[in-house]
Design a protein around this ligand. Structure first.
Ligand code: HEM
Length: 425
């Protein structure tokens, strides 16, 4: 029997600051729990690791909002701003096979681990540029001055957005991160501008590629991701203009706020856990990379940026963890709760940077597993290592209890992360 008296309140300010006690309660007493979200939509929250992993890979749970019982009225309440714009609806996180299989195969041809690995020096250069911006000052806000700009410029570079246009993207992204998927006009305007820009850029790159057909990934000719996407689509399955713009948009969107928060939440955890932080710093000073690699995974498990996986809808009557779910019901898999499940992780609330057995769900699981995980890892490792090496006495410049968290549904991240350190000479 569920002890309703002890049921913690969800979606309050306290919950946004530290949702983990409430998730522990749900995991224990109501592992598949129906709740009313702040938007008024009713949804099931799945909090145990085993149920979460199974649900993420269950083909009866569709990503397409047409399956939502309240659809189409409920559309656009999913927290992704692009979903308000019909032109951007057909992206990977909104579709099922066979369309998903086709589009994912296409983008995988362009978004290769090789392309990401080649991008390493550029990420280091960007990281140093942003640290240069505040290193001599002795204090900074790591969210605004570092975690926020780094991923947006990195993804713009990778996509092939010319340098002179990248500040526009920073502004549009800033508008989206400040206001989330809310109904404010500014967000809709930013999404519209971004889409118009991407459509134009895709046209331009297609024309450039047609003019220099020799341009191939192997000979140093245009090798940005959008060009790769166009090449893959022109040589194989076709990508419509809307699909191409939606693809570029989802790469920007999915790769932006997530990475801001991986760096922000990760640094926050390190700054509030002196033991693990000292261990990591010592390992970096010895020039090792093994601990840095497991550390990024552990920080992602312990306080990852994607609190809840993006929406899924039951296409048929089914059961999760024995709980019957009706066709048309939305299901939200709580990654943050699953990744602290004591049934799967030893001492789940502790931070063990060297944790070896760590099959966390921070990047999801199944066919929608994060496409950008190699890029996210590259950015997070570079960011953390650079900060801890260049600013070795970095410390929080605020009482941890005073830090404000964004109250979004899908993402978990800090509004600001004030730090102090000995200025670089
Ligand atoms: C999907 C997490 C960075 C692109 C996902 C999913 C998660 C996730 C949990 C699955 C969502 C679901 O099943 O509902 C993260 C985290 C990141 C990160 C924690 C950073 C720390 C990135 C980056 C990119 C990216 C840098 C691209 C540049 C995508 C795409 C999908 C996705 C395109 C959809 C894949 C599909 O539906 O097939 N990500 N992500 N992500 N991610 Fe990431």
């Amino acid at each position: 029997m569920t002890d309703r008296a002890a049921m913690p309140e969800l979606f309050t300010w306290e919950f946004a600051t530290d949702p983990y006690p409430a998730y522990a309660w749900l995991r224990e007493h109501a592992p598949v729990h129906r709740t009313t979200l702040p938007s008024g939509v009713e949804a099931w929250l799945v909090t145990r690791y085993a149920d979460a992993r199974e649900a993420l890979a269950d083909p009866r749970l569709s990503k397409n909002p047409v399956h939502h019982a309240e659809s189409p009225g409920a559309r656009g309440k999913t927290g992704i701003p692009g979903e308000r714009s019909a032109d951007l609806m057909t992206h990977l996180l909104n579709i099922d096979p066979p369309d998903h299989t086709r589009l994912r195969r296409l983008v995988s041809k362009a978004f290769t681990p090789r392309r990401v690995a080649l991008f390493g020096p550029r990420v280091q250069q960007l990281t140093d540029r942003f640290v240069d911006g505040f290193a001599a000052r002795g204090e900074a806000d790591l969210i605004h001055e570092f975690a926020f700009p780094l991923p947006i410029y990195a993804i713009c570079d990778l996509l092939g957005v010319p340098a002179e246009d990248q500040d526009d993207f920073r502004d549009w992204a800033g508008m989206m991160i400040r206001h989330g998927g809310g109904p404010r006009g500014g967000v809709a305007r930013s999404v519209k501008r971004m889409r118009a820009y991407l459509v134009e850029l895709i046209h331009r790159k297609r024309a450039e590629l047609a003019a220099s057909p020799a341009g191939d990934a192997d000979d140093g000719a245009p090798d940005d991701l959008i060009s790769g996407l166009i090449r893959a689509s022109d040589h194989g399955e076709h990508l419509t203009e809307n699909e191409a713009a939606a693809m570029a948009f989802i790469l920007l969107f999915a790769g932006f706020e997530t990475t801001v928060n991986l760096i922000g939440n990760g640094m926050h955890t390190l700054l509030t856990h002196p033991g693990p932080r000292a261990e990591l710093q010592a390992s970096l000073a010895r020039g090792e990379s093994a601990l840095l690699e497991t550390a990024v995974e552990e920080l992602l498990r312990h306080d990852g940026p994607v609190e809840l996986a993006t929406w899924r809808y039951a296409t048929t009557q089914l059961a999760i963890g024995g709980q019957p779910i009706t066709a048309g019901d939305p299901v939200l898999v709580v990654l943050a709760a699953a990744d602290r499940d004591p049934a799967r992780f030893t001492a789940p609330d502790a931070v063990y940077l060297a944790r070896a057995d760590n099959p966390h769900l921070g990047y999801g699981h199944g066919i929608h597993y994060c496409l950008g995980a190699p890029l996210a890892r590259l950015e997070a490792r570079t960011a953390l290592a650079t900060l801890l090496t260049r600013l070795p006495d970095l410390r929080l410049a605020a009482d941890p209890a005073d830090l404000r968290w964004r109250g979004g549904l899908i993402m978990r991240g800090l509004r600001t992360l004030p730090v102090a350190f000995t200025p670089e000479a």
